[in-house]
Design a protein around this ligand. Structure first.
Ligand SMILES: NC(=O)c1ccc[n+]([C@@H]2O[C@H](COP(=O)([O-])OP(=O)(O)OC[C@H]3O[C@@H](n4cnc5c(N)ncnc54)[C@H](OP(=O)(O)O)[C@@H]3O)[C@@H](O)[C@H]2O)c1
Length: 308
Protein backbone atom coordinates (compact mmCIF):
# COMPACT_ATOMS: atom_id res chain seq x y z
CA UNK A 1 0.00 0.00 0.00
CA UNK A 2 1.23 3.53 -0.82
CA UNK A 3 2.28 5.52 2.26
CA UNK A 4 0.01 8.33 3.44
CA UNK A 5 1.55 11.61 2.23
CA UNK A 6 1.63 13.93 5.24
CA UNK A 7 2.13 17.68 5.59
CA UNK A 8 3.08 19.19 8.94
CA UNK A 9 1.98 22.70 9.91
CA UNK A 10 3.80 24.73 12.61
CA UNK A 11 7.42 23.67 12.77
CA UNK A 12 8.02 24.57 16.42
CA UNK A 13 9.19 22.77 19.55
CA UNK A 14 6.85 19.77 19.59
CA UNK A 15 7.02 19.29 15.82
CA UNK A 16 10.82 19.02 15.94
CA UNK A 17 11.15 17.19 19.28
CA UNK A 18 8.46 14.58 18.73
CA UNK A 19 6.50 14.67 15.46
CA UNK A 20 9.41 14.46 13.02
CA UNK A 21 11.08 11.43 14.70
CA UNK A 22 7.74 9.67 15.23
CA UNK A 23 6.66 10.18 11.59
CA UNK A 24 10.03 8.84 10.40
CA UNK A 25 9.59 5.76 12.63
CA UNK A 26 5.98 5.00 11.64
CA UNK A 27 5.32 2.63 8.73
CA UNK A 28 2.62 3.72 6.28
CA UNK A 29 3.13 7.49 6.55
CA UNK A 30 5.72 9.83 5.02
CA UNK A 31 6.37 13.55 5.46
CA UNK A 32 6.27 15.40 2.12
CA UNK A 33 5.72 19.06 3.03
CA UNK A 34 5.85 21.62 5.83
CA UNK A 35 4.07 24.95 6.38
CA UNK A 36 5.60 27.34 8.88
CA UNK A 37 5.90 31.11 8.70
CA UNK A 38 9.50 31.29 9.92
CA UNK A 39 10.96 27.79 9.68
CA UNK A 40 12.00 25.43 6.90
CA UNK A 41 12.91 21.76 6.77
CA UNK A 42 15.47 20.26 4.41
CA UNK A 43 14.28 17.56 2.04
CA UNK A 44 10.58 18.48 1.85
CA UNK A 45 8.58 21.22 0.16
CA UNK A 46 8.19 24.26 2.43
CA UNK A 47 5.44 26.87 2.49
CA UNK A 48 4.60 29.87 4.71
CA UNK A 49 0.98 28.91 5.41
CA UNK A 50 -1.40 25.98 5.24
CA UNK A 51 -3.34 27.73 2.46
CA UNK A 52 -0.19 28.03 0.30
CA UNK A 53 0.67 24.43 1.06
CA UNK A 54 -2.77 23.17 0.06
CA UNK A 55 -2.61 25.15 -3.17
CA UNK A 56 1.00 24.13 -3.87
CA UNK A 57 1.06 20.34 -3.32
CA UNK A 58 -1.89 18.55 -4.82
CA UNK A 59 -1.22 15.03 -3.61
CA UNK A 60 -1.02 15.55 0.16
CA UNK A 61 -3.34 13.06 1.88
CA UNK A 62 -3.13 14.26 5.48
CA UNK A 63 -2.17 17.27 7.59
CA UNK A 64 -0.84 17.40 11.16
CA UNK A 65 -1.40 20.72 12.92
CA UNK A 66 1.36 21.45 15.46
CA UNK A 67 0.60 25.14 15.84
CA UNK A 68 -0.70 26.67 19.10
CA UNK A 69 -4.45 26.15 19.67
CA UNK A 70 -5.67 29.63 18.74
CA UNK A 71 -4.73 29.71 15.02
CA UNK A 72 -5.59 26.04 14.63
CA UNK A 73 -9.35 26.28 13.94
CA UNK A 74 -8.97 28.16 10.64
CA UNK A 75 -6.08 25.90 9.59
CA UNK A 76 -8.19 22.84 10.40
CA UNK A 77 -11.17 24.13 8.43
CA UNK A 78 -8.91 24.81 5.42
CA UNK A 79 -7.32 21.35 5.54
CA UNK A 80 -10.64 19.50 5.93
CA UNK A 81 -12.34 21.63 3.25
CA UNK A 82 -9.49 20.60 0.92
CA UNK A 83 -10.32 16.94 1.65
CA UNK A 84 -7.33 16.10 3.85
CA UNK A 85 -7.23 13.77 6.84
CA UNK A 86 -6.35 15.81 9.90
CA UNK A 87 -4.42 15.34 13.14
CA UNK A 88 -4.84 18.03 15.81
CA UNK A 89 -2.17 18.44 18.50
CA UNK A 90 -3.55 18.75 22.00
CA UNK A 91 -5.54 20.65 23.09
CA UNK A 92 -7.73 20.05 20.02
CA UNK A 93 -8.95 23.64 20.05
CA UNK A 94 -8.89 26.94 21.86
CA UNK A 95 -12.62 26.51 22.60
CA UNK A 96 -14.82 23.46 23.08
CA UNK A 97 -17.40 24.63 20.51
CA UNK A 98 -14.81 24.63 17.71
CA UNK A 99 -14.71 20.86 17.54
CA UNK A 100 -18.26 19.99 16.44
CA UNK A 101 -18.02 21.90 13.12
CA UNK A 102 -14.66 20.26 12.40
CA UNK A 103 -16.04 16.80 13.11
CA UNK A 104 -19.10 17.44 10.95
CA UNK A 105 -16.91 18.64 8.09
CA UNK A 106 -14.61 15.61 8.39
CA UNK A 107 -17.57 13.23 8.38
CA UNK A 108 -19.24 14.96 5.45
CA UNK A 109 -16.00 14.74 3.47
CA UNK A 110 -15.35 11.14 4.54
CA UNK A 111 -12.03 12.07 6.13
CA UNK A 112 -10.31 11.19 9.41
CA UNK A 113 -10.22 13.76 12.20
CA UNK A 114 -7.95 12.76 15.07
CA UNK A 115 -7.76 14.83 18.26
CA UNK A 116 -4.46 13.45 19.51
CA UNK A 117 -4.02 13.24 23.28
CA UNK A 118 -0.37 12.18 23.33
CA UNK A 119 -0.25 11.41 27.06
CA UNK A 120 -2.83 8.67 26.57
CA UNK A 121 -0.16 6.73 24.67
CA UNK A 122 2.26 6.70 27.63
CA UNK A 123 3.14 3.13 28.65
CA UNK A 124 1.64 3.31 32.17
CA UNK A 125 -1.80 4.36 30.98
CA UNK A 126 -3.26 1.05 29.76
CA UNK A 127 -1.98 -0.96 32.78
CA UNK A 128 -3.40 1.71 35.11
CA UNK A 129 -6.76 1.55 33.30
CA UNK A 130 -6.80 -2.26 33.57
CA UNK A 131 -5.94 -2.10 37.32
CA UNK A 132 -8.74 0.40 38.00
CA UNK A 133 -11.21 -1.76 36.08
CA UNK A 134 -10.58 -4.47 38.71
CA UNK A 135 -10.05 -2.40 41.90
CA UNK A 136 -12.09 0.44 43.36
CA UNK A 137 -10.43 3.88 43.55
CA UNK A 138 -10.95 5.75 46.85
CA UNK A 139 -9.03 9.00 46.26
CA UNK A 140 -7.02 10.54 43.41
CA UNK A 141 -4.29 13.16 43.79
CA UNK A 142 -2.80 14.75 40.68
CA UNK A 143 0.38 16.82 40.89
CA UNK A 144 1.48 18.31 37.55
CA UNK A 145 4.16 20.91 38.25
CA UNK A 146 6.76 22.04 35.74
CA UNK A 147 8.93 25.04 35.00
CA UNK A 148 7.35 26.96 32.12
CA UNK A 149 10.69 28.61 31.34
CA UNK A 150 12.27 25.20 30.72
CA UNK A 151 9.45 23.49 28.80
CA UNK A 152 7.86 26.41 26.95
CA UNK A 153 10.65 28.98 26.59
CA UNK A 154 9.41 32.28 25.17
CA UNK A 155 6.01 30.85 24.13
CA UNK A 156 3.94 33.95 24.84
CA UNK A 157 0.90 32.34 23.18
CA UNK A 158 0.54 30.05 26.21
CA UNK A 159 -0.47 33.04 28.40
CA UNK A 160 -2.82 34.54 25.78
CA UNK A 161 -6.59 33.85 25.76
CA UNK A 162 -7.01 30.34 24.35
CA UNK A 163 -3.44 29.39 25.25
CA UNK A 164 -4.72 27.69 28.44
CA UNK A 165 -1.78 28.76 30.65
CA UNK A 166 -0.91 26.00 33.11
CA UNK A 167 -3.72 23.88 31.67
CA UNK A 168 -1.56 23.37 28.57
CA UNK A 169 0.35 20.66 30.50
CA UNK A 170 -2.43 20.10 33.04
CA UNK A 171 -4.80 18.90 30.31
CA UNK A 172 -2.40 16.01 29.73
CA UNK A 173 -3.11 14.80 33.27
CA UNK A 174 -6.85 15.18 32.64
CA UNK A 175 -6.53 13.20 29.40
CA UNK A 176 -4.92 10.35 31.36
CA UNK A 177 -7.39 10.60 34.26
CA UNK A 178 -10.39 10.35 31.95
CA UNK A 179 -8.88 7.28 30.29
CA UNK A 180 -7.94 5.28 33.37
CA UNK A 181 -11.06 5.84 35.51
CA UNK A 182 -14.04 3.58 34.75
CA UNK A 183 -16.59 6.40 35.18
CA UNK A 184 -16.96 10.03 34.00
CA UNK A 185 -15.39 12.92 35.90
CA UNK A 186 -16.82 16.37 36.60
CA UNK A 187 -15.40 19.60 38.01
CA UNK A 188 -16.60 20.66 41.47
CA UNK A 189 -14.53 23.83 41.85
CA UNK A 190 -11.24 25.47 41.00
CA UNK A 191 -8.79 28.14 42.16
CA UNK A 192 -6.97 29.88 39.33
CA UNK A 193 -3.87 32.07 39.83
CA UNK A 194 -3.42 34.64 37.06
CA UNK A 195 -0.24 36.73 36.81
CA UNK A 196 -1.27 40.39 36.88
CA UNK A 197 0.22 40.93 33.40
CA UNK A 198 -1.11 37.78 31.67
CA UNK A 199 -4.43 36.44 30.38
CA UNK A 200 -4.14 32.79 31.45
CA UNK A 201 -3.46 31.08 34.78
CA UNK A 202 0.05 30.18 35.89
CA UNK A 203 -1.25 27.80 38.57
CA UNK A 204 -4.53 26.04 39.36
CA UNK A 205 -6.06 23.81 42.02
CA UNK A 206 -9.03 21.71 40.95
CA UNK A 207 -11.55 19.68 42.88
CA UNK A 208 -13.17 17.02 40.73
CA UNK A 209 -15.37 14.02 41.44
CA UNK A 210 -17.21 11.13 39.84
CA UNK A 211 -20.84 10.07 40.10
CA UNK A 212 -19.93 7.45 42.69
CA UNK A 213 -18.32 10.12 44.88
CA UNK A 214 -14.61 9.55 44.16
CA UNK A 215 -12.73 12.68 45.33
CA UNK A 216 -10.06 13.96 42.95
CA UNK A 217 -7.68 16.82 43.67
CA UNK A 218 -5.38 18.30 41.04
CA UNK A 219 -2.57 20.82 41.56
CA UNK A 220 -1.06 22.37 38.44
CA UNK A 221 1.82 24.84 38.64
CA UNK A 222 4.08 26.41 36.02
CA UNK A 223 6.41 27.95 38.65
CA UNK A 224 8.07 24.71 39.67
CA UNK A 225 11.84 24.75 40.01
CA UNK A 226 13.98 21.74 40.88
CA UNK A 227 12.21 18.41 40.55
CA UNK A 228 9.58 18.38 37.82
CA UNK A 229 6.48 16.41 38.84
CA UNK A 230 3.87 14.82 36.58
CA UNK A 231 2.15 12.27 38.81
CA UNK A 232 -1.28 10.78 39.51
CA UNK A 233 -1.59 8.88 42.80
CA UNK A 234 -4.66 6.68 43.28
CA UNK A 235 -5.56 5.12 46.62
CA UNK A 236 -7.51 1.95 45.89
CA UNK A 237 -9.02 -0.91 47.88
CA UNK A 238 -6.01 -2.93 46.73
CA UNK A 239 -3.24 -0.50 47.68
CA UNK A 240 -1.65 2.58 46.19
CA UNK A 241 -1.20 2.99 42.45
CA UNK A 242 1.14 5.78 41.33
CA UNK A 243 1.56 6.90 37.74
CA UNK A 244 4.60 9.16 37.46
CA UNK A 245 6.96 10.79 34.94
CA UNK A 246 3.88 11.75 32.92
CA UNK A 247 2.93 8.10 32.43
CA UNK A 248 6.33 6.55 31.73
CA UNK A 249 6.24 4.86 35.17
CA UNK A 250 3.67 2.98 37.20
CA UNK A 251 4.09 1.53 40.67
CA UNK A 252 1.84 -0.45 42.99
CA UNK A 253 2.55 -0.14 46.74
CA UNK A 254 6.04 1.10 45.84
CA UNK A 255 6.82 -1.78 43.48
CA UNK A 256 7.53 -0.83 39.85
CA UNK A 257 5.06 -2.23 37.31
CA UNK A 258 6.15 -0.08 34.37
CA UNK A 259 9.34 1.92 33.80
CA UNK A 260 9.82 2.58 30.12
CA UNK A 261 11.31 5.28 27.92
CA UNK A 262 9.00 7.89 26.46
CA UNK A 263 7.32 6.73 23.20
CA UNK A 264 3.99 8.52 23.12
CA UNK A 265 4.22 9.99 19.63
CA UNK A 266 4.92 6.59 18.04
CA UNK A 267 1.53 5.64 19.45
CA UNK A 268 -0.04 8.86 18.16
CA UNK A 269 1.11 8.29 14.57
CA UNK A 270 0.33 4.56 14.68
CA UNK A 271 -3.21 5.46 15.69
CA UNK A 272 -3.50 8.16 13.00
CA UNK A 273 -2.52 5.65 10.29
CA UNK A 274 -4.98 3.11 11.71
CA UNK A 275 -7.82 5.68 11.76
CA UNK A 276 -7.15 6.69 8.15
CA UNK A 277 -7.00 3.07 7.02
CA UNK A 278 -10.28 2.26 8.78
CA UNK A 279 -11.96 5.52 7.64
CA UNK A 280 -12.66 6.55 11.25
CA UNK A 281 -12.53 9.64 13.47
CA UNK A 282 -11.34 9.92 17.08
CA UNK A 283 -12.39 13.23 18.62
CA UNK A 284 -12.71 13.20 22.41
CA UNK A 285 -13.41 16.67 23.80
CA UNK A 286 -13.84 15.58 27.44
CA UNK A 287 -10.45 16.84 28.74
CA UNK A 288 -10.99 20.21 27.05
CA UNK A 289 -14.48 20.37 28.57
CA UNK A 290 -13.02 19.85 32.05
CA UNK A 291 -10.61 22.74 31.49
CA UNK A 292 -13.45 24.93 30.24
CA UNK A 293 -15.48 24.01 33.35
CA UNK A 294 -12.51 24.93 35.57
CA UNK A 295 -12.50 28.36 33.92
CA UNK A 296 -16.30 28.61 34.38
CA UNK A 297 -16.29 27.58 38.05
CA UNK A 298 -12.87 28.86 39.07
CA UNK A 299 -12.22 31.53 41.66
CA UNK A 300 -9.51 33.85 40.42
CA UNK A 301 -6.57 35.27 42.33
CA UNK A 302 -4.04 37.70 40.92
CA UNK A 303 -0.38 36.87 41.50
CA UNK A 304 2.89 38.56 40.61
CA UNK A 305 3.73 39.50 37.02
CA UNK A 306 5.30 36.81 34.88
CA UNK A 307 8.38 37.54 32.72
CA UNK A 308 10.50 35.01 30.84
N1 LIG B 1 6.15 21.93 23.90
C1 LIG B 1 5.69 20.78 24.36
O1 LIG B 1 6.33 20.16 25.20
C2 LIG B 1 4.40 20.20 23.84
C3 LIG B 1 4.13 18.87 24.11
C4 LIG B 1 2.98 18.29 23.59
C5 LIG B 1 2.08 19.05 22.85
N2 LIG B 1 2.34 20.37 22.64
C6 LIG B 1 1.32 21.15 21.92
O2 LIG B 1 1.77 21.45 20.61
C7 LIG B 1 1.28 22.73 20.20
C8 LIG B 1 2.46 23.58 19.77
O3 LIG B 1 3.33 23.68 20.88
P1 LIG B 1 4.88 23.99 20.70
O4 LIG B 1 5.47 23.78 22.05
O5 LIG B 1 5.46 23.24 19.57
O6 LIG B 1 4.79 25.55 20.35
P2 LIG B 1 5.86 26.42 19.56
O7 LIG B 1 7.25 25.97 19.85
O8 LIG B 1 5.49 27.83 19.82
O9 LIG B 1 5.62 26.03 18.04
C9 LIG B 1 4.44 26.26 17.36
C10 LIG B 1 4.80 26.76 15.98
O10 LIG B 1 3.59 27.14 15.35
C11 LIG B 1 3.80 28.33 14.58
N3 LIG B 1 2.89 29.36 15.05
C12 LIG B 1 2.90 30.02 16.22
N4 LIG B 1 1.91 30.91 16.29
C13 LIG B 1 1.26 30.82 15.12
C14 LIG B 1 0.16 31.51 14.58
N5 LIG B 1 -0.48 32.46 15.27
N6 LIG B 1 -0.24 31.19 13.36
C15 LIG B 1 0.39 30.23 12.67
N7 LIG B 1 1.46 29.55 13.14
C16 LIG B 1 1.88 29.84 14.36
C17 LIG B 1 5.20 28.81 14.83
O11 LIG B 1 6.01 28.54 13.70
P3 LIG B 1 6.23 29.71 12.60
O12 LIG B 1 6.49 30.98 13.34
O13 LIG B 1 7.37 29.22 11.78
O14 LIG B 1 4.93 29.77 11.86
C18 LIG B 1 5.66 27.99 16.01
O15 LIG B 1 7.02 27.64 15.92
C19 LIG B 1 0.52 23.29 21.41
O16 LIG B 1 -0.86 23.07 21.27
C20 LIG B 1 1.04 22.48 22.60
O17 LIG B 1 0.08 22.32 23.61
C21 LIG B 1 3.50 20.95 23.08
Amino acid sequence: MKPIRLALVGLGKIARDQHLPAIAATPGIALVAVASRNARLDGVECFASVEELLAGVADVDAVALCTPPTPRRDQALAALAAGKHLLLEKPPGAAVSELAPLKTLAENRGRTLFAAWHSRFAPAVEPARAFLARHRARRVTIIWKEDVRVWHPGQDWIFEPGGLGVFDPGINALSILTTILPEPVFVVGAQLAFPANREAPIAAELELATGSGLPIHAAFDFRQSGEQIWSIAIETDAGSLVLSAGGARLSHDGQALVDEPEREYRGVYGRFVELIQTESCDVDIVPLGLVADAFMLGRRSIVEDFAW
